[in-house]
Design a protein around this ligand. Structure first.
Ligand SMILES: [Zn+2]
Length: 438
């Protein structure tokens, strides 16, 4: 058995000293007094460090990391039509692997131990999915592979490589889940793209598969105002009401963004037990608006955090999203008490794990040993008497020194343990050579 100790360890809602985390295989078996450890335990002492749960990114699109800068500072229609759609035609499997390495490396260095990749560059096959899974394994990050369903007839200008008949998407998603069933670092989950790219029938097929696989089902929902209007025009109901009418509001459903919803729709989400991934950075970056998270939480909606795609934020840090969630809630409600640090921290850790159906996000017996070590001498964490609030509101990435996923150290002294960052930067330069901003 091995044990991990440090000056402070996050247990329950606060920090304790003189403790050690017992790790058996890839899980925490107990948190005990350090003084009680026997000589037979291999003790790893991280010293002047605070160990906190690894953060959970509940929504992202890894390949979009390659488009950073090219897509910035435009209205959403130009972001999508001038960059996202045409640039995503340029990526072969090797470039998709590089994009995934880029996003996952950035995430690990920012203290993300679990990340969702909501992936749709399928080419009617699963070869591209496999290279994303390989990138996650090569770096050692825990991956929720949210396999998109995108209808062939969807009335968008999206490339054909996104599109497949729903039953084919379900077959491929099921096969992928079976192939990776025994990998503790991977969970394959169905993800009908959105109400503009998937009909209610497609969403029902994806939800059925989620029940069969016993996992959640991800869906972009009510991200922008135009989308709400389109759904109303096409189906005669607003997005959440349409899902309720079609029997698709389900405890397994994770709605992403969920900005343009009214009070009654928030109540419908709460009653159904459906979840919301709040993407405050991306919602601001793209000019989507501000999701009504304090109201959602008050009504009992389950909420997690996601940085979203690399060209829609442009960062892969959940600590950053905690701060953004706090700031946009305060700004939108004109209330400095609208969303506090403890709530933001929970949304980025245990609430994310619970929404994704994974045993991580907290330092307690039975959960995966996914933790982050913060340097207690880093100025951005001072004064340490306010450490819990400073982690959310003032911490800089200079404080993030060590990251462990499933008991394996994947970031050491602020550097990736499994691949040099310079190698990833070289790959990015090769993939993006000759690209220019449209
Ligand atoms: Zn998204």
């Amino acid at each position: 058995m091995k044990a991990l100790t440090a000056e402070l360890i996050h247990v329950g809602d606060g920090f304790a000293s003189g403790r050690a985390i017992l790790i058996e295989g890839d899980r925490i078996s107990d948190v005990v007094e350090s003084a009680s450890l026997g000589d037979d335990v291999a003790l790893d002492d991280w010293g002047r460090t605070a160990i906190v749960p690894g953060t959970v990114n509940a929504h992202g699109h890894a390949f979009q990391n390659l488009f950073k800068g090219f897509a910035d500072d435009r209205p959403f229609s130009s972001w999508r039509d001038d960059v996202l759609y045409p640039f995503s035609e340029r990526l072969d499997a090797d470039a998709i692997y590089t994009g995934a390495l880029f996003a996952f490396a950035e995430a690990l260095l920012a203290g993300v131990t679990t990340t969702v990749d909501f992936f749709y560059l399928h080419d009617a096959a699963d070869g591209n999915a496999e290279v994303v899974l390989k990138a996650a394994a090569d770096l050692g990050i825990r991956l929720v592979f949210a396999r998109a369903f995108y209808d062939p007839e969807a009335p968008t200008a999206a490339p054909s490589r996104y599109r497949e008949p729903a039953l084919e998407a379900a077959d491929r998603c099921r096969a992928l889940a079976r192939r990776h069933h025994d990998d503790p670092l991977v969970s394959v989950q169905p993800a009908p793209h959105s109400l503009h790219a998937a009909t209610p029938e497609t969403i029902a097929i994806a939800l059925d598969l989620a029940h069969e696989l016993d996992v959640p089902c991800h869906l972009h929902l009510a991200e922008a105002a135009y989308e709400r209007e389109q759904v109303e025009a096409r189906y005669g109901d607003t997005p959440v009401r349409l899902l309720a009418r079609e029997g698709l509001l389900d405890p397994r459903l994770i709605t992403v963004h969920t900005v343009w919803v009214d009070d009654a729709e928030i109540d419908l989400l709460a009653e159904a037990g459906a979840g919301v991934v709040h993407c405050p950075g991306a919602n601001a970056f793209l000019g989507d608006g501000i999701a009504r998270v304090p109201e959602m939480l008050k009504r009992g909606v389950r909420v997690a955090l996601g940085p979203d795609g690399g060209c829609a934020n442009n960062r892969q840090s959940v600590f950053d999203e905690m701060r953004m969630a706090s700031l946009v809630a305060k700004a939108s409600l004109v209330d400095g008490g609208a969303l506090d640090a403890a709530t933001a921290f929970r949304l980025g850790t245990s609430a994310g794990a619970d929404l994704l159906g994974l045993d991580c996000g907290a330092i307690e017996a039975g959960r995966y040993a996914d933790v982050v070590g913060l340097d207690l001498d880093d100025l951005s964490l001072q004064p340490l008497s306010m450490l819990d609030r400073n982690i959310v509101h003032s911490m800089q990435q200079t404080a993030i020194k060590s990251v462990m996923v499933g008991g394996q150290t994947v970031v050491e002294r602020g550097r990736l343990a499994n691949m040099p960052a310079t190698e990833i930067a070289q790959r990015i330069a090769e993939v993006t050579a000759g690209w220019s901003r449209p």
